[in-house]
Design a protein around this ligand. Structure first.
Ligand SMILES: Nc1ncnc2c1ncn2[C@@H]1O[C@H](COP(=O)(O)OP(=O)(O)O)[C@@H](O)[C@H]1O
Ligand SMILES: [Mg+2]
Length: 403
C-alpha cells in the first residue's frame, strides 16, 4: 500500500500542512528541528495509535490547542481509503473511515500499515524489556487488530489485581480479599494466556526473517535470533533477570521453554497461569505486585552465543535494531490478511546514525518497497540507492514549488 496524501491540523509544530505523496522513494530534507519527524510521527500514529517518541498524546497537540487532526488517503491495490484521526485533549480519540460516522480510534488499527525506523530504535536492544514487549504488541495490533483490546483488557485486570495486592501488603487482607483475588487470577490468567499465545506465535514468525535480515545487513556474521522468555518459565526468579546467567548457557534452555509453551492452547496456558499465580501468591502478597504474567516477559535478542544487550558493539546493536524492523516488514508482507500488500516503510533520520556500509546495505534492501519515506537533515546522508523524489521541508510546511 502507499499513502497518496497526508494532511495535519494542529499536530505538533503544524497548524496546517498538506503533503502529496507517491509510491516509490520520497526523501524529505530539511534542517534539524524543522518538522520532518513530526510528519513521520503522524503517519506512525495513524498506523499504531502510539508515537515512537512519547507515551502520552499531549505533546502531539500543537501548543495551545485541544485537538489535532491527522488525515491520510491510502491506496491498496485498486482500493482507496480515507482515514481521519482526531486526537483530543481530555477525551477519547476518534476515527473516521471513508468519511463514515465517528468510530473508536482503535477501529483504525490494521488499516494503515507502516514500519517505522528511528534513532529511538536503539532502545529495542539497549532498553528495558518493556521496549521489546511494546515492539511485539504493536506489531500484533497491526496484524490482528483485536489484539489491542486483548492488551488493554490485560492491563486493566493487572492494575486492579496490583491494587488489591498492595492493600494486602498494607496489612488489610481479609478472607473476602482472598476470594476477590481468586476472581482476578482467573481474569488475568485468561487475558494473559491470549496475549502470551499471540506473542509466541509472532516471535516464531519473526525469527527466520530476523536472522536473514541480519545476515543481509552484515555479510559475515554471527547468527541473530530472538527467544521469547515467559515469566511462566522462571516464576521463581522474581526480578525477571536475563536468561543468560552465563552467556550462551541458558539460551537453548530458554528456546526449549518457549517451544514447549508454544505447543499449548490458550486454555492450557490459562491453566498454567492459574497454577503459577497460586504458587507465587505468598510472595506476591509480600511484595504487593503481580510477579507472573506477560507484563514480566522478555524477548531475548541473541547474537552468536551472547545476548545482544550488554554484549553487542554499537554497530551490531544498530544492525539488530534494523533487522527487527525489517523482520516486522517481512512478517506484514507475508500476512494472509494483508493479501501481500506491503506496509509503508518510514526511515526517520536513521541514515545519519549508520556507517557507510550499513547505509548502503539498508538502502539496497528497502529501495524496492512499494513506498519508502526517508528523512534527512542533509542530502549527503542519503545513499545513492535511494535517489527518489525530493521534498524540502520548510518552516511550518512543505516547499510548494516542488509539489
Ligand atoms: N506540540 C507541539 N507544538 C508546537 N511545536 C512543537 C510541538 N512538539 C514539537 N514541536 C516543535 O517541533 C520541532 C521539532 O520537529 P521535528 O519534526 O522533531 O524536527 P526534525 O525536522 O528535526 O525531525 C521543534 O521545534 C519543536 O519545538
Ligand atoms: Mg527528526
Amino acid at each position: 500500500m502507499y499513502l497518496e496524501h497526508l494532511s495535519l491540523t494542529d499536530f505538533r509544530s503544524y497548524a496546517q500542512v498538506d503533503l502529496a505523496l507517491q509510491p516509490g522513494v520520497t526523501v524529505l530534507v530539511g534542517s534539524n528541528g524543522i518538522g520532518k519527524t513530526n510528519l513521520m510521527e503522524a503517519i506512525g500514529y495513524l498506523a499504531t495509535l502510539s508515537s515512537h517518541r512519547v507515551s502520552s498524546d499531549a505533546p502531539l497537540l500543537r501548543f495551545g490547542t485541544e485537538r489535532a487532526l491527522v488525515r491520510a488517503r491510502l491506496v491498496r491495490g485498486d482500493q482507496t481509503t480515507v482515514l481521519e484521526l482526531e486526537i483530543n485533549a481530555g477525551r477519547a480519540n476518534r476515527g473516521r473511515i471513508n468519511r463514515s460516522n465517528p468510530v473508536r480510534a482503535r477501529d483504525l488499527l490494521g488499516i494503515c500499515q507502516t514500519v517505522l525506523f528511528a534513532p529511538e530504535d536503539l532502545a529495542l536492544v539497549k532498553g528495558d524489556p518493556a521496549n521489546r514487549r511494546r515492539f511485539l504488541d504493536e506489531l500484533l495490533a497491526s496484524l490482528i487488530p483485536h489484539h489491542a483490546a486483548t492488551r488493554s483488557d490485560y492491563d486493566r485486570v493487572l492494575k486492579q489485581r496490583n491494587a488489591l495486592l498492595k492493600s494486602a501488603r498494607a496489612g488489610r487482607f481479609t478472607a473476602g480479599h482472598e476470594a476477590t483475588l481468586d476472581v482476578w487470577d482467573q481474569h488475568m490468567a485468561a487475558a494473559g494466556a491470549a496475549l502470551l499465545h499471540a506473542r509466541l506465535e509472532l516471535v516464531e514468525r519473526l525469527r527466520p526473517h530476523l536472522s536473514r535480515a541480519y545476515a543481509q545487513l552484515t555479510d559475515e556474521s554471527k547468527p541473530a535470533d530472538a527467544i521469547y522468555r515467559s515469566s511462566l518459565q522462571n516464576q521463581m526468579d522474581d526480578d525477571g533477570a536475563t536468561a543468560f546467567g552465563v552467556p550462551g548457557q541458558n539460551g537453548p534452555a530458554g528456546a526449549a521453554g518457549a517451544e514447549e509453551l508454544r505447543q499449548l492452547t490458550v486454555g492450557q496456558l490459562t491453566e498454567r497461569y492459574v497454577q503459577a499465580f497460586r504458587e507465587s501468591r505468598k510472595k506476591e502478597l509480600e511484595r504487593g505486585i503481580s510477579l507472573v504474567g506477560p507484563h514480566r516477559d522478555e524477548l531475548d535478542l541473541i547474537l552468536g552465543q551472547a545476548p545482544a544487550k550488554g554484549y553487542a558493539s554499537h554497530g551490531e546493536t544498530w544492525s539488530m535494531c534494523l533487522s527487527l524492523r525489517l523482520a516486522s516488514y517481512y512478517v506484514m508482507l507475508d500476512d494472509a490478511r494483508t493479501g501481500g500488500s506491503a506496509p509503508v516503510l518510514i526511515l526517520d533520520d536513521v541514515f545519519a546514525e549508520l556507517d557507510v556500509q550499513r547505509r548502503r546495505k539498508l538502502a539496497a534492501i528497502v529501495a524496492g518497497a512499494e513506498q519508502v519515506l526517508v528523512t534527512a537533515a542533509v542530502d549527503a546522508d542519503i545513499p545513492e540507492e535511494l535517489s527518489g523524489r525530493r521534498v524540502t521541508v520548510i518552516p511550518g510546511g512543505i516547499d510548494e514549488q516542488e509539489q
